[in-house]
Design a protein around this ligand. Structure first.
Ligand SMILES: N[C@@H](CCC(=O)N[C@@H](CS)C(=O)NCC(=O)O)C(=O)O
Length: 214
C-alpha cells in the first residue's frame, strides 16, 4: 500500500501539481492522489486542511506535509535514490538544479500570459508575443541541455529527471498556444508528450473539461 498522498489541483490548469505527480509516476512510486477543485468555493479551506501555504501540491507522508513542488521532488529523489531522478554526475546535477530553480523562481511573464490550459487551443494568442523573451530563453535552455547532456536519452539530461518534471507544464503551454519551436525543441516536446504518465494527466484534463461542460 502506498504511504504517499499527493494533494493536487485541477488536471487541466494546475501546472505546479503536474510536476511532482509526473515525477512520482515516471519513477513508478505508488501514491494516492487527492484532488481539490481549485474553482470550488471552498477550495482554500480544503487545501488548508493539508497545506500550511494554502497552495497545492502538497505531499503527505507519515505525518509530514511537504509543500512546494521542487521540495516535494527533492524529498522523493532523496528517499528513492535508485530511481535516479537527478543526474548521477555531480557537475551535471548542479546544472540540472540550476535549470529547475530557474523554472521555479522565474518565467513569470510566460506563466501569467500563457497559463496552463491543457485542453485549450486559442488561436493567435497574444500572450505568446508578450512572453517572447521567456519563450526564447526556455528554448535555448532546452537546446543547450539536449546538446550538452542529452546523449543517454530523449530528455533534457538524457534519462528523465526532475528537470523534465519541472518543465512539463511549459511543454503543454507551448502546445496549447502553438508556440513556434526549433526541431530540437519539438523533438524534446514529443518525448515528454509520449510519456504514458503525460497521457494519463491529459486524460484527466479531458475528463475534467468534459464534466464542466456537462
Ligand atoms: N511555488 C508553489 C506554487 C503553488 C501554486 O501556486 N499552486 C496553485 C495551483 S497551480 C494554487 O494552489 N492555487 C490556489 C490558491 O492560490 O488559492 C509550488 O511550487 O508548489
Amino acid at each position: 500500500m502506498s504511504t504517499y498522498t499527493l494533494v493536487i489541483g485541477n488536471f487541466n490548469t494546475s501546472s505546479w501539481s503536474l510536476r511532482p505527480w509526473l515525477g512520482l509516476k515516471v519513477a513508478a512510486i505508488p501514491f494516492h492522489a487527492e484532488t481539490v477543485n481549485l474553482r470550488a468555493p471552498d477550495a482554500k479551506a480544503q487545501i488548508l486542511k493539508h497545506s500550511p501555504s494554502g497552495k497545492v501540491p502538497v505531499l503527505l507522508h507519515h505525518g509530514l506535509a511537504i509543500w512546494e513542488s521542487l521540495a516535494i521532488l527533492e524529498y522523493i529523489a532523496e528517499r528513492h535514490p535508485e530511481d535516479q531522478l537527478w543526474p548521477q554526475d555531480e557537475k551535471t546535477r548542479a546544472i540540472a538544479r540550476s535549470v529547475c530553480c530557474e523554472m521555479h523562481s522565474g518565467f513569470a511573464t510566460l506563466r501569467k500570459n500563457c497559463p496552463m490550459d491543457i485542453m485549450g487551443r486559442p488561436a493567435n494568442h497574444e500572450g505568446v508575443d508578450i512572453a517572447k523573451d521567456d519563450i526564447q530563453r526556455i528554448q535555448s535552455l532546452w537546446e543547450e541541455c539536449r546538446s550538452r547532456f542529452g546523449k543517454g536519452g530523449p530528455f533534457l539530461f538524457g534519462k528523465f529527471s526532475i528537470a523534465d518534471a519541472m518543465y512539463a507544464p511549459v511543454v503543454t503551454r507551448f502546445t496549447t498556444y502553438g508556440v513556434k519551436t526549433s526541431p530540437t525543441v519539438q523533438t524534446y516536446m514529443d518525448a515528454v508528450w509520449s510519456l504514458p504518465a503525460m497521457q494519463e494527466w491529459q486524460d484527466g484534463a479531458r475528463a475534467e473539461v468534459l464534466a464542466a461542460i456537462g
